[in-house]
Design a protein around this ligand. Structure first.
Ligand SMILES: C[S@@+](CC[C@H](N)C(=O)[O-])C[C@H]1O[C@@H](n2cnc3c(N)ncnc32)[C@H](O)[C@@H]1O
Length: 298
């Protein structure tokens, strides 16, 4: 079959049958087809990068592989698990079932953190902790954008830490990004980072346990439950983080964390209860929803 006729036929199929999720706005029938097309041609890349690629001709074997890949996608396997790639803040990252697929919405957290770090007057090293690092996306985006940041990243899941390590090596950031497995801030107690950290970032699991059964199977069946199940009301980890972060932050240091839709006002109040924080700000998304809390240590 001619390449453009194959493209048109598959685009039509995807347009009719593909179920898209709102938290992956970069995925469309066309970007999906492009990402799978270049994948079977031996060039795995994220949908974001695939949109800018000239599509190579596929031989009959590759065309069959493309049909198979599209079927897997239509069966509900996340695109990033098929391609093994996801873009975050312009970085191509490895993605897989070991960790949450980095979401576009989390770029607001990374961008807010980077903006604050760039506003510092001095260019001496600043220590940043990224907890719940998953694939390492926030930690790596910060390290790449802020040359004087030394990043300590951790996750409870050893599989996630392994994936984050591969991403760190792929981006040649191992000299400034160190990875640890462990519960929340525990790995940093032995490193004696208490009182020395300029920023702590976190994208915690924040879906309430009661809502997990109603989640899209593309998420609940394929991504690690530990990455999204935040316990009763979805705020367990955030509450712990708010209480434990002041131990590690230096005076004037920042705690910057993502919240779920609708959780912003309650989490802001939660932070304001702690006298350790001098200031609390929020960052809103394009729809005006609070998605990031920024708390500054007194
Ligand atoms: C929402 S995901 C965020 C992953 C990544 N930072 C991102 O933005 O895509 C939450 C992460 O928290 C980790 N996690 C869950 N409970 C944890 C805990 N008690 N301590 C450390 N990490 C935890 C999960 O394994 C998961 O990788």
């Amino acid at each position: 079959m001619k390449q453009h006729a194959l493209f048109d036929e598959l685009l039509d199929k995807l347009s009719r049958e593909l179920v898209l999720l709102p938290d992956k706005p970069e995925e469309t029938p066309e970007s999906t087809l492009r990402a799978l097309w270049v994948l079977v041609a031996g060039q795995p890349m994220s949908v974001t990068s695939a949109m800018n690629q000239v599509l190579p001709d596929l031989d009959p074997g590759q065309q069959q592989e493309l049909h198979n890949a599209i079927q897997r996608r239509l069966d509900g396997v996340p695109l990033a698990h098929i391609s093994g790639r996801q873009s975050f803040m312009g970085m191509e990252l490895l993605a897989g079932p070991q960790a949450l697929i980095p979401r576009k919405e989390t770029e607001l957290l990374a961008a807010s953190a980077i903006e604050i770090l760039r506003q510092r007057d001095d260019e001496t090293e600043v220590k940043v902790i990224d907890v719940c690092t998953g694939a390492g996306n926030v930690a790596l985006a910060i390290a790449k954008a802020v040359g004087h940041a030394r990043v300590y990243a951790s996750d409870l899941s050893e599989e996630a830490v392994d994936l984050a390590r591969m991403n760190t090596e792929m981006h040649e950031l191992s000299d400034r990004v160190a990875l640890y497995a462990g519960d929340l801030l525990e790995p940093f107690r032995n490193l004696e980072l208490q009182g020395q950290v300029g920023m702590i970032t976190c994208n915690p699991p924040y879906i309430s346990s009661a809502k997990v059964p109603a989640m899209a199977p593309e998420i609940s069946k394929h991504e690690p439950e530990m990455a999204f199940n935040g316990g009763a009301f979805g705020i367990n980890l955030m509450r712990r983080l708010i209480a434990e972060a002041p131990d590690f932050l230096c005076s004037g240091g920042y705690l910057v964390f993502e919240v779920g839709l609708g959780q912003g006002p309650a989490m802001r109040k939660q932070v304001e209860k702690f006298p350790d924080y001098a200031r609390v700000n929020t960052v809103e998304d394009a729809e005006g929803e609070t998605r990031v809390i920024v708390a500054q240590r007194s």
